[in-house]
Design a binder for this molecule. Structure first.
Ligand code: UDP
Length: 265
């Protein structure tokens, strides 16, 4: 199938290096400490953050601290103290709403893909949260896909960044994410579902734009070695564009909050 026309246009009319339209909204879930909706084209997700709050499951906290290793029936190592942890726990739950995929394959909550993406998002967000400032507490990040059209993990990371900022969680940078792929010998930015399911390589990148660091790098399928840098570079540019947009949204939100505070005084 032809994913890039001879005129250099993709199936949805974008240029290869063009990202889908992004849109964000802060404060979509009023009961949460922080929340946001993030859209990348037809992919739409919501993130809600609760915390920092007191650790709710202390027995879980305790078992997290104990590492017991058995080999061939022998106890070879018992490490770390069996005491309550003083570190911050970050939990993340990714799910897809049943109505998010139209007539495509739907999977119930708790499937392997969702578990893996929850872990990936948690690890990515941990890279920017200043955990040492919030000992003996936990932060819960819930991300749900409302509409899926490729790139849901990137959209969820971007939504989570906004929701964490909205909750006032101290962060050393804003994590942002975008994907890129390679179809018809052309690097493509921000794959949609049709491009994603074409079977070509799909690289998802997460960066800390101010610190100039990569915090997430995932790839499906195979990519020629000489193209890797190109595709990585493209995804990174996408992440930077998302970061600029997220900064604008946060600035606008702060201005609105100040304006409302001014009206109340
Ligand atoms: N998808 C779907 N049903 C599923 C899983 C995925 O329709 O159970 C679609 C959805 O549009 C998703 C895309 O397949 O965005 C690509 O999924 P992938 O696992 O590559 O993760 P993503 O690109 O969303 O991060």
């Amino acid at each position: 199938m032809e994913y890039v026309s001879p005129e250099g246009l993709r199936l949805d009319g974008r240029r290869p290096m063009e990202m889908r339209q992004i849109r964000a909204e802060i404060g979509a879930v009023s009961r949460a400490d922080g929340s946001a909706i993030f859209e990348m084209g037809n992919t739409k997700v919501v993130a809600a953050v609760y915390g920092p709050r007191e650790v709710q499951n202390r027995s879980q906290q305790m078992s997290d601290q104990a590492l017991v290793v058995y080999f061939a029936g022998y106890l070879i190592a018992v490490s770390l103290s069996i005491c309550f942890s003083s570190s911050l726990q970050i939990r993340c739950e990714y799910s897809m709403a049943n109505f998010s995929t139209g007539d495509r394959k739907r999977k119930p909550k708790g499937d392997r893909r969702s578990t893996e993406i929850s872990m990936v998002i948690r690890q990515t967000m941990e890279a920017c949260i200043m955990t040492h400032l919030m000992p003996r507490s936990q932060i819960d990040i819930y991300v749900q896909v409302l509409q899926a059209d490729g790139g849901t993990r990137s959209a969820c990371i971007n939504a989570a960044t906004l929701a964490l900022s909205d909750a006032g969680i101290p962060m050393c940078d804003l994590v942002t994410s975008c994907s890129a792929g390679y179809l018809n010998s052309t690097p493509l930015l921000d794959l949609n579902y049709v491009e994603d399911s074409a079977g070509g390589p799909d690289v998802t990148v997460g960066i800390l734009p101010k610190l100039d660091k990569v915090t997430l790098l995932q790839m499906d399928s195979k990519l020629p070695i000489d193209i890797v840098e190109n595709v990585m570079q493209l995804a990174t540019e996408g992440c930077k564009a998302v970061a600029n947009y997220i900064r604008e949204i946060l600035l606008e939100n702060t201005k609105q909050l100040e304006y409302r505070r001014g009206l109340m005084n």
